[in-house]
Ligand binder design. Sequence first.
Ligand code: NAD
Ligand code: MG
Length: 376
Amino acid sequence: MKKISILGSTGSIGTQALDIISKNRDKFSVKALTCGKRVELLAKQIEAFRPELVCVEDEKDALELNKRFPKLEVLWGESGLQELAAKTDCDMVLNALVGMRGLVPTYEAIKSGKDIALANKETLVTGGKLIIDEAKKNGVSIIPVDSEHSAIFQALQGNSDKDIKRIYLTASGGPFRGYTLEQLEEVTLEQALKHPNWSMGNKITIDSATMMNKGLEVIEARWLFDVEPERIEVIVHKESIIHSMVEYKDHSIIAQLGVPDMRVPISYALTYPERIQSDVPSVDFFSLGSLTFEKADTKVFKCLKMAYEALEKGKSYPVVLNAANEVLVQQFLEKKISFIDIQNTIERVMNEHVPVNIHGLSDILSIDNEIRGKLE
Ligand code: NAD
Ligand code: MG
């Protein structure tokens, strides 16, 4: 039995992970669960999976839960999340939190020697080198959950990072693929929330529409696979069947394919190196007919270009990119700004930023705070 703890168990990734676990009760036990505000759903999960430890965002909700489940240890707030990640007695922590609030809990879980199934890409966007170094120091594995990174990880089995020539990171292009800048100025929240291929949480759905998601994934891939940005190529593949590809130095290309369903990469991260039976349908090649590929338009989708620039310039730039994006996506979701304001404001913030060196977690947190303070 593998002991699993899930940070963000009420979200899109978290609920799909619990769905997999519920169908494989002989393989997993659940040790800890956490959520933000969806406490009713968390209560149902507590009844179904009987964790020892949970954490919620607000103290009031924690007190309520404790009344309902007197034997359960209930923590709350950011510090509760960090404490839970450090002390939960498990083999693997699935980090399915959204945003850079996932960074410190990942760090704490690594320091206490737990393997990480990482969905929370903002952890590596903001803490890349620090997290990878800490994982190496503690002999901890970070298994990607993001579908592209899972594909690359699968294509790397039996091969060596050293032989990689290039990574092709595939992108659906989102709901506004092919749009001009003028057309982007007119798009609504409702249109942006309609992803053509994937059903996901709100933040990543908007990130997919701006293509910032692909930019964040380039940064994520850089750290996970130790490949410089020049060797990571984004390729728009609107069918989302090829989830990414690795080209080796002999020019052999290995890809991972499947229907777009996150239960596949989530399962693989939870059971690696084994595979388990899946309810996900097989790819039907004959009804697909063909698969297509295009270049990404970085003149229109500036977020993708800015993510490459942030990675190349290094220092505090990726933290700034991420912080500005998190604040602006939230403001767009609240209908306070327009879609195009997201990329235009990130561009301004990046241009104004005077970079500093990052030595540790506290530098990341303070830059993040500074940028949020400017925009909120
Ligand atoms: P989501 O919004 O559906 O879920 C986020 C989880 O975090 C929820 O459990 C929520 O309660 C919790 N949370 C939110 N705010 C919190 C707070 N202040 N304190 C404590 N907990 C809080 O997000 P998601 O779509 O599941 O994405 C999770 C991560 O996985 C993101 O980093 C995303 O980029 C990545 N990812 C998601 C998908 C997908 O299909 N959803 C695919 C690839 C990668
Ligand atoms: Mg992805």
